[in-house]
Design a binder for this molecule. Structure first.
Ligand SMILES: *Cc1c(COP(=O)(O)O)cnc(C)c1O
Length: 360
């Protein structure tokens, strides 16, 4: 068996050790004679797995009892609707910062439910910058401020947490959660699709301060009301049990690596190496302002885009997979989440250097 290096933006690489454990436990989970997938979510065996996963996440992120942790479905895209459905009251306004494709989608969806004020946008720089906070035009009393700390497609990451006083701060952390330490107390609500830095697709994580529960109108469907899931331990209906179990294995793995502080050091090293190489080369380039470059998603273009196809084919043959950039941006993108080892970045840089020497 050989595992390639996978730079996919999502669903993304998972730690090999996690997959091996899942493989080993798949047919007969700890002597129970069945797979997790075949087990009731009410079974004590699964409830224990679920509770441990939540506790490990709370430990990793330092999440206090003031917050509920929800294991949901529907992806981050469903959160684009659930956030306003639960937090935006009749006649209220919510502020959004537009820094890329995912912010834009969140704004478009939220606008279906209430008044949305786009308080700042970096569309005029093609989303290669984060608008400085002193340029934001926040409304006088917004229900919340929403932003996307790491824009997965453009490779743009905020170098700061917005300062919004007592206003509720909401963040789409799909592609940055668990990549570095975070002060959760700065946020009212954090959400993330699992398939980037948590586990397999099909699971969506929501961390919500408990005082924000119970604000949804009566017309909001039970399944789209955070209160429903908080009241039922995310088991109001059948949760995505296997994805939840796998996320739990990833949390255990993260703890073994030394937690998010240790991952942050490795992630910084990986990103610095790759950006450093790109910046030193006249053949590759990255358009994002240096201070706002993503540590997780590194887009880059070749000086001559006629070489793109050849680059991707040769990378593939060298076991470096899924480097094609998003269709809206073009070029290449290397996603280097927690589960992508430093050796993968080293191999990518060696490949890029060789490709450059042959084709520049
Ligand atoms: C991938 C991604 C999404 C979409 O997630 P789904 O789970 O596919 O709905 C939203 N926001 C960000 C920042 C993402 O990276």
């Amino acid at each position: 068996m050989s595992r390639a290096y996978n730079f996919c933006a999502g669903p993304a690489a998972l730690p090999t050790a996690v997959l091996e454990q899942a493989q080993q436990e798949m047919l007969d989970f700890q002597g129970k004679g069945l797979s997790i997938m075949e087990m009731s979510h009410r079974d004590k065996v699964f409830v224990d797995i679920a509770e441990k996963a939540e506790q490990d996440l709370r430990d990793l992120m330092g999440i206090s009892d003031d917050y509920a942790v929800l294991f949901l479905q529907g992806g981050a895209s469903t959160q684009f609707a659930m956030v306003p459905m639960n937090l935006l009251g009749e006649g209220e306004t919510a502020d959004y910062i537009n820094t890329g494709q995912w912010s834009r989608k969140a704004i478009k969806e939220a606008a279906r439910y209430g008044n949305i004020n786009v308080a700042a946008s970096s569309e005029d720089t093609h989303f290669t910058t984060v608008p400085p906070q002193d340029s934001w035009k926040l409304s006088s009393n917004p229900a919340y401020v929403h932003y996307c700390p790491n824009e997965t497609i453009g490779g743009l990451e905020y170098s700061f947490i917005p300062e919004v006083g007592d206003t509720t701060l909401v963040a789409d952390m799909s592609s940055t959660i668990l990549s570095r330490p975070l002060d959760v107390n700065r946020f009212g609500l954090i959400y993330a699709g699992a398939q980037k830095n948590i586990g397999p697709a099909g699971l969506t994580l929501v961390i919500v301060r408990k005082d924000l529960l119970g604000k949804a109108a009566d017309t909001v469907p039970a399944m789209l009301n955070y209160q429903t899931h908080a009241d039922n331990g995310s088991m109001y209906n059948t949760p995505p049990t296997y994805a939840w179990y796998l996320a739990g294995l990833v949390f255990e793995w993260l703890k073994k690596q030394g937690g998010v502080a240790e991952m942050a050091k490795i992630n910084q090293r990986k990103a610095e190496k790759l950006y450093g190489f790109i910046d030193d080369s006249a053949f590759y380039s990255n358009p994002v302002e240096v201070i706002s470059r993503s540590q997780m998603n590194v887009p880059f273009v070749l000086a001559d885009d006629r070489l793109d196809k050849q680059f991707l084919a040769e990378a593939d043959a060298a076991g470096l997979l899924n480097l094609k950039g998003h269709r809206s941006v073009g070029g290449m993108r290397a996603s280097i989440y927690n589960a992508v080892p430093e050796a993968a970045v080293d191999a990518l840089i060696a490949f890029m250097a060789e490709f450059e020497s042959k084709n520049a």
